[in-house]
Ligand binder design. Structure first.
Ligand code: NAP
Ligand code: MG
Length: 491
């Protein structure tokens, strides 16, 4: 085996490759062959009797089939949510509402292992991430908002916070259960009822959450979960009796939704795409920064709206950063998401893999230097090597557009002003990262970067108490924290 410039890392790489398989067992997943719609506290067949399959992107195997809700099913779900809102939920004392949200949190915790396995099988993310991040953070959101339910008068002193009514909520496939929790928890805590539509490729943890909600004995109709494709989401957005639309997904669909609610009274929050700058100054702790770069772009296969996908490195440390990054990339294990050693799992769908490969082709055709780690990939399933492009032009499509995969573009800069200008020169504004030893530099950049979240000397950190959301084409409205309550109330 060839020697590298960095023997320490090379040794780590060799040992990583020799790790024995450590697969999580599928037994605890309890996936049913078919899931119906969860409407009014019961599982109901779709009116058109149509179902579609959901598969495991790591193997291609069919896991289950879920109902394809049409406009009349959407109508049924909204009606159930309306009745539950008027007759039960808005009248219920807030302390009682809190107990239900708290109970859901506890049950998510109790079923954490099962939920993590289902999440990984349905979506392709490494089991370590589902187990240690997605599911515990989802439970934390329910815990956090349960705490607010009976304290709204403290959250909004001297103002009479009222729920909006029925919330239609549409979520993407990258953090399926976590996105469901981000949406459902604040809506319930503030006294709204919900119709949720999960993404087509990852509906299973939402259906397990429906079972939890049923077991938690939530009054029928308070939460309804309807599966389907884009048309189901569109029918929910257009339904005249929905008071609020909360959408997380692509900017393109966000724009369609914004147009379709334009002349209505519906309140709307849009959590859309991103293309975050991750900025490394020459005084940064470089080894830590390299970990931050890896976490920023390769976490969840890069299927992260706030992924640090544009790296800006101060010129004097460019060679060191890129060398260390390449060495670190070679230690990443790409493969079976169910293996506890895996760092990078499967790409969520064939469509997404094709899209990412299209962007890689653009980068190659534009003549940038590409590096892909030299790991082996499984013989089946949807996998991709972590990929970086160096010396990319600011105007390049790969530096401007959201790729939503494990692909990083790297540019250099010399001064603070230059990097602020470059970082802000992008249609998106969801998140950013700054790595430096100087507090003053951090404060200078955090005030000038147009991004909803700016991480300093860390990346991709989430907490239910902290608001999250975007500027510009990344959407508007905030989820999480006190701000997340505001999205579901009026005064
Ligand atoms: P997407 O294609 O926009 O889909 C999002 C959701 O909308 C899915 O449930 C989708 O259903 C549904 N949908 C599709 N067309 C619709 C329509 N015309 N009307 C109503 N709903 C419709 O996005 P995605 O590919 O699933 O997710 C990736 C995107 O989400 C990325 O751009 C990412 O940055 C963004 N994202 C943002 C955040 C944030 O907090 N800002 C968080 C996570 C992800 P189907 O699944 O059936 O198509
Ligand atoms: Mg799937």
């Amino acid at each position: 085996m060839a020697r590298t410039r960095n023997n320490t890392l090379k040794l780590k790489f060799d040992s990583a490759r020799k790790l024995s398989p450590a697969p999580e067992s599928k037994g605890a997943a309890k996936i049913k062959p078919r899931y119906d719609l969860f409407i009014n506290g019961k599982f109901e067949k779709p009116s058109n009797k149509k179902y579609f399959s959901t598969t495991n992107p790591a193997t291609g195997e069919k896991l289950s089939e879920v109902a394809d809700a049409n406009a009349s099913d959407v109508d049924k779900a909204v009606k159930a949510a309306r009745v539950a809102y008027e007759k039960v939920w808005k009248k219920m004392p807030a302390t009682e509402r809190a107990k239900y949200v708290y109970r859901i949190a506890r049950m998510v915790q109790e079923r954490a292992r099962e939920l993590a396995i289902v999440e990984t099988m349905d979506g392709g993310k490494p089991i370590r991430e589902s187990r240690d991040f997605d599911i515990p953070t989802a439970a934390n959101h329910f815990f956090y908002y349960a705490g607010w339910a009976d304290k709204l008068e403290y959250a909004f002193p001297n103002r009479n916070a009222k729920p909006l009514g029925v919330a239609g909520q549409i979520i993407p496939w990258n953090f399926p259960l976590l996105m469901a929790a981000w949406k459902i928890a604040p809506a319930l805590a503030t006294g709204n009822t919900v119709v949720l539509k999960p993404a087509e490729t990852t509906p299973l943890t939402a259906m397990h959450l429906a079972e939890i909600i049923q077991e938690a004995d939530l009054p029928p109709g308070v939460v309804n979960i309807i599966t389907g494709a884009g048309a189901t989401g569109a029918a929910l957005v257009k339904h005249p009796d929905v008071n609020k639309i909360a959408f997380t997904g692509s900017t393109d669909v966000g724009k369609i939704i914004q147009r379709s609610v334009a002349d209505t009274n519906k309140k709307i929050t849009l959590e859309l795409g991103g293309k975050a700058p991750n900025i490394i100054f020459d005084d940064a702790p470089i080894d830590q920064a390299v970990e931050g770069i890896v976490n920023g772009i390769f976490f969840n296969q890069g299927h992260v709206c706030c992924a640090g996908s544009r790296l800006y490195v101060q010129e004097s440390v460019m060679d060191e950063v890129v060398r260390k990054l390449k060495d670190r990339m070679d230690t990443l294990i790409v493969g079976d998401p169910m293996d506890k050693n895996t760092d990078i799992g499967a790409i969520n769908s064939k469509q997404q893999l094709d899209k990412i490969n299209e962007y890689i082709k653009i980068g190659i055709n534009e003549g940038y230097d590409m590096y892909q780690s030299n790991c082996s990939l499984p013989g089946r399933g949807l996998f991709l090597r972590p990929t970086i492009f160096t010396h990319v032009a600011q105007s390049s499509r790969i530096a401007q557009e959201e790729i939503f995969g494990p692909v990083l573009t790297i540019q250099t800069f010399r001064t603070d002003d230059e990097v602020i200008q470059k970082a802000n020169n992008n249609p998106y504004g969801l998140s950013a990262g700054v790595w430096t030893d100087k507090g003053s530099k951090i404060f200078n950049l955090t005030t000038k970067l147009r991004a909803g979240v700016v991480w300093a000397n860390t990346f991709n950190k989430f907490d239910p108490t902290s608001p999250f959301g975007g500027y510009k084409e990344s959407g508007y409205g905030r989820e999480g924290g006190l701000h997340g309550l505001s999205a579901y109330i009026s005064f």
